[in-house]
Structure formats: C-alpha cells, structure tokens
Design a protein around this ligand. Structure first.
Ligand code: ATP
Length: 279
C-alpha cells in the first residue's frame, strides 16, 4: 500500500470574487511514486490544480495537504521544494547563460554548498541525457533538449513530485517521445510521484491512473484502460480516445470478437494474434 503524498479535500477555487468557480469541491489523492495523468477539455481547471499544488495559488474553500502539511503562506517554501513543475514553453524557463548555470540557479537560491551543486549538476544532466551540453547556451538547444534541461533543473533540488503541465505540447513527436522516456526513467530512478497534464493520448495511456476533469469538477478517476473504455461518455465531455480504441470498436462491429480493451498497437496485435491462433 502506497502512502498518500498529495490530498485535495473539497477544494474550490476562483480567480476573483466576480468570476465563476474554476474548481468546484474537488477531492482526490495522489500517492508516492505513482504516475497520474490529468486530462480534461480546455479550461476545465487542470493548470489551476497544478498551481494550487505548488502554492502559486491558494483555494478559497477546502484544503490541500502535501507531505503532511497544509499548503499556505507559511509552508510554501517547503512545498515548493517537494513539488517541482515544468511548463509548456521551454523558452520561458531559462535564467542561466549556460545549461549548467541554469541547473545551478534553483540550488543557488536555496543556498546549496558549491560542491553539492557541482555533484547535482553532473548527476541530473546525466539523468536527462544532457551532460555533454553543460556549457551550451540554452538558446542553441532544440525544444526537446530545453525541456530536458528544465527537468534537470527541477530534479536538482530533489523534489518528491514532478508536475509536467503540457510540457511536451510544443515539441515534435520525436521530442515528445524523448521527454516521456526521460521522465519515465527519472520517475523510476528517483521514486517520484509524476503528474502529467496533457492532451497527448500516448502520454495518458502510459500513466498508472487518470484523473478526468470536466467543468471544474472531477468527472472520473481510474486506470487508462477503464477510462478509455468509456468512449462515448468521454466524447460527450469533449475528449478524444486513442486511435487503437476506435479501431477496436470498428473491428468489433465488423464481427471480430476482441474481448479486451487494447490501448496500443502492440496490445491490439496480440489480441488479434490470439484470436487468429484459436481459429
Ligand atoms: N489568471 C487567470 N485569471 C482569471 N481566470 C483564469 C486565469 N487563469 C485561468 N483562468 C480561467 O480558469 C479556467 C480554468 O483554467 P485552467 O488554465 O486551469 O484550465 P486548463 O484545463 O488547464 O485549460 P487548458 O487545457 O486550455 O490549458 C478557465 O476558464 C480560464 O479561463
């Protein structure tokens, strides 16, 4: 049984008294070392959840507990050490003139000793496969490389949770795959809780659990397979389903009796192969 690391208890939030509620009575938990994807239509409140987890915003109602502490003005520095975030636009996240300066920045702010900083720069740039670029100026890097450096900068201060808020949205398919491979490796190596906010279905199917948002409320919370089995209901709330799930439905309608809910090509091929070998 895993320990709870983040808990939202009846959280409601709005940006001002004049504006509508953006989150309405949201309760959920995130466990140590799990990978959870948050999905939902545009404006459903996903980024707001991320900002609440990092103490960039505070709820008007309910409470948020992270690593046993309530998130508030007094605890945000502890919370920000535990919860690292990487955003969508890699260009907005650089402060250093070289890659290694950039990774050092967060540690300098927190007063890490120099020898520790040098060790962590090496360790974290290696973890994301960017060690050979340590003296490169960030603007010379590709989008995917910039995001890997942004991840290394966050990892350098040893967070327990890594939030990627649409962090692959501006990358090409190859860049996306590289980032997701990197992230999956570091999650394993550092035993992190990983929260990916994304519209990319290939990312969603890799998560252990999916939290679906709809109009500021939690619509569902389950494994990717359970979520994507609800194809029609997902479409009704403006969400896509993976191509393999659509293809499976069409194959079923054509009389091919696939009994599972495959989530990727490999699983679908395996199901078809099993059927074929039975006939
Ligand atoms: N700074 C802000 N001031 C006022 N309203 C905001 C602000 N940021 C977001 N909102 C509103 O809050 C609602 C939720 O926004 P949020 O960014 O959390 O949604 P999202 O699910 O992440 O959307 P997307 O997928 O488009 O990024 C939207 O209606 C948005 O317009």
């Amino acid at each position: 049984m895993r320990n709870k690391f983040i808990e939202f208890r009846n959280v409601s939030f709005r940006y001002s008294d004049e504006e509508p509620w953006v989150l309405k009575n949201c309760s959920f938990e995130i466990y140590e070392n799990e990978w959870i994807a948050i999905i939902g239509h545009n404006g459903s409140g996903k980024s707001t959840i991320a900002k609440l987890m990092n103490g960039l915003l505070f709820p008007q109602e309910g409470e948020i507990i992270i690593n046993g502490q309530q998130v508030n003005e007094e605890t945000i520095w502890d919370i920000r050490r535990d919860v690292g975030m990487v955003f969508q636009n890699p260009d907005n996240q650089f402060v250093g003139t070289t890659v290694q300066d950039d990774v050092a920045f967060g540690m300098e702010n927190r007063g890490f000793p120099r020898a520790e900083m040098v060790k962590r720069i090496e360790q974290n740039l290696t973890a994301v496969g960017m060690q050979e670029y340590r003296l490169t100026e960030p603007h010379r890097l590709s989008g995917g490389q910039k995001q890997r450096v942004a991840i290394a900068s966050v990892l350098a201060i040893s967070p327990k949770v890594l939030i990627l808020d649409e962090a692959t949205a501006m990358l090409d398919p190859k860049g996306r795959m590289e980032i997701m491979r990197t992230v999956s490796n570091v999650q394993e190596e550092y035993k992190l809780s990983l929260i990916t906010i994304t519209h990319d279905l290939q990312e969603v199917v890799q998560a252990e659990r999916v939290l679906v948002m709809n109009k500021g409320e939690i619509w569902d919370e389950a494994t990717p397979r359970e979520i994507f089995a609800k194809k029609e209901a997902l479409r009704e709330i403006g969400l896509d389903v993976p191509f393999v799930a659509i293809l499976t439905d069409e194959l079923k309608q054509a009389g091919i009796s696939i009994t599972n809910e495959p989530l990727n090509q490999e699983e679908l091929l395996e199901d078809l192969w099993t059927l074929h070998s039975r006939t």
